[in-house]
Design a protein around this ligand. Structure first.
Ligand code: HEM
Length: 410
């Protein structure tokens, strides 16, 4: 096919519903024929090879996280809307996940002091109890929507417990958290999507501001109070740092972990030999979780902005241009994963990049792994005859690869 026609096809495919439902054929086509691809439709570069993506993520001096969510929006929206969304722009110009070293190093050291391995292992009993309660509710019915009944409520409740949020506020938080991400699902969001996201974000910030004030007056043993107390070489988190960290922890760890749990169960049901293997040898659970992260990871693409002109694979990426790295495509790159489309819970090595790479490597990876292990173990041991109860599956969007529903019977 003529190169221009092929590129137009790629652009059409990126915006198609089929891509959100199954991005893997397009990933393969891009990786093989245009691994560093300029998308006219999304006005950004798209990278699909494992080595190129690793190189970008490990190079903050040339590929920055600063303003990666908002800087490319400016030329496409009216000046008045740009003025109106300044609170959103400011929020995404600061905070752990949006800044580069050395600011990032300072923040990460501080947050890491509060969010430790011990913090996470202390949650183990709570996670187990919550999984048991959620499954108790549906066990007698013989069927459930695994997303609605388990995968969705579990992570948001766990993060809310971690941060010390009252139970009655959990639904609100779920709504605002998803709402705040709406504008990220496309590189070219509409003014309406930007304004809706900003409204949800401001609600979240106000919510955490109240908790922050309470914890200053009456510290408890939850994460917000611990974050307030941490000190590293005389440095403390400012109120702004703390608010943006709380929002990141909530948003980053909520839908991603839901998608991991539902995606893992789906992959096991669609690969009965692997499910049988796991039932026969429950010690394979860690491998099953890692392979689920690789095979169909929850967070499909990440962003950086080129800080200078950079050449990759003979293509000139211009200063200021947006670079999308397709993590899901890297995880199926045959030069790192032999037979990449095979779901194999005993795959070794399995150096997937679903949790990112470099300095921004996911801070909540061990919490996500813990929740997934406990949830999958409980499902398999309580539901020996688990079956898929639908022929049609639908995913939320391409950024967060979460199933809308996963009906199962048992
Ligand atoms: C399966 C579930 C999860 C996936 C796939 C995931 C994925 C990621 C990815 C790809 C990044 C890197 C972002 C970047 O480079 O710009 C990241 C960062 C982060 N994640 Fe996760 N995440 C998950 C669960 C969680 C959980 C449960 C939490 C916490 C409760 C969490 C907290 C964070 C934080 C705080 C960062 C920012 C780290 C930094 O910038 O230094 N994540 N995550």
């Amino acid at each position: 096919m003529h190169r221009t026609a092929a590129c137009q096809n790629f652009d059409r495919s990126l915006n198609s519903p089929e891509f959100a439902n199954n991005p893997y054929p397009l990933y393969q086509a891009l990786r093989e024929s245009a691994p560093v691809y300029w998308s006219e439709a999304w006005r950004c570069w798209i990278l699909t090879r494992y080595d190129d993506i690793q190189a970008v993520l490990r190079d903050p001096p040339r590929f920055t996280s600063l303003e990666r969510l908002t800087s490319t929006v400016k030329p496409d929206i009216p000046e008045a809307v740009w003025e109106q969304i300044q609170p959103l722009v400011r929020h995404y110009s600061s905070g752990l996940v949006n800044v580069d070293p050395p600011d990032h190093t300072r923040l990460r050291n501080l947050v890491h002091k509060a969010f430790t391995g011990r913090t996470i292992s202390k949650l183990q009993g709570y996670v187990q109890q919550l999984v048991d309660q959620l499954l108790d509710k549906v066990q007698g019915d013989g069927h459930m929507d695994l997303v609605r009944d388990l995968a969705y409520p579990l992570p948001v409740n766990v993060i809310a417990e971690l941060l010390g949020v009252p139970l009655e506020d959990h639904d609100k938080l779920k709504r605002w958290s998803s709402g705040s991400m709406e504008f990220m699902t496309t590189p070219l969001p509409t003014p309406k999507a930007l304004l809706r996201s900003q409204e949800a974000l401001l609600n979240l910030r106000e919510f955490f501001r109240k908790i922050y004030t309470q914890c200053r007056q009456q510290p408890d043993d939850k994460l917000v109070s611990t974050l307030l107390a941490v000190c590293d070489e005389g440095e403390r988190l400012s109120e702004e740092d703390l608010l943006s960290t709380c929002v990141t922890l909530l948003v980053a760890g909520h839908e991603t972990t839901s998608s991991l749990i539902s995606g893992a169960v789906l992959a096991l049901l669609q690969n009965p030999d692997q499910l049988r293997k796991l039932r026969e040898n429950p010690a394979l659970i860690e491998g099953a979780v890692e392979e689920s992260l690789r095979y169909d990871g929850p967070f499909q693409r990440n962003r950086r902005i080129a800080r200078e002109d950079v050449a990759i694979d003979g293509k000139q990426i211009g200063k200021g241009q947006l670079v999308l790295v397709f993590l899901g495509a890297a995880n199926r790159d045959p030069s790192h994963f032999p037979d990449p489309d095979r779901f194999d819970i005993e795959r070794i090595p399995n150096r997937h990049i679903s949790f990112g790479a470099g300095v921004h490597f996911c801070l909540g990876a061990s919490l996500a792994r813990l929740e997934a292990r406990i949830a999958i173990n409980a499902i398999l041991s309580r539901m020996p005859d688990l079956r898929l109860a639908t022929e049609t599956l639908e995913w939320e969007n391409h950024l967060l690869r979460g199933l809308k529903a996963l009906p199962v019977s048992f």
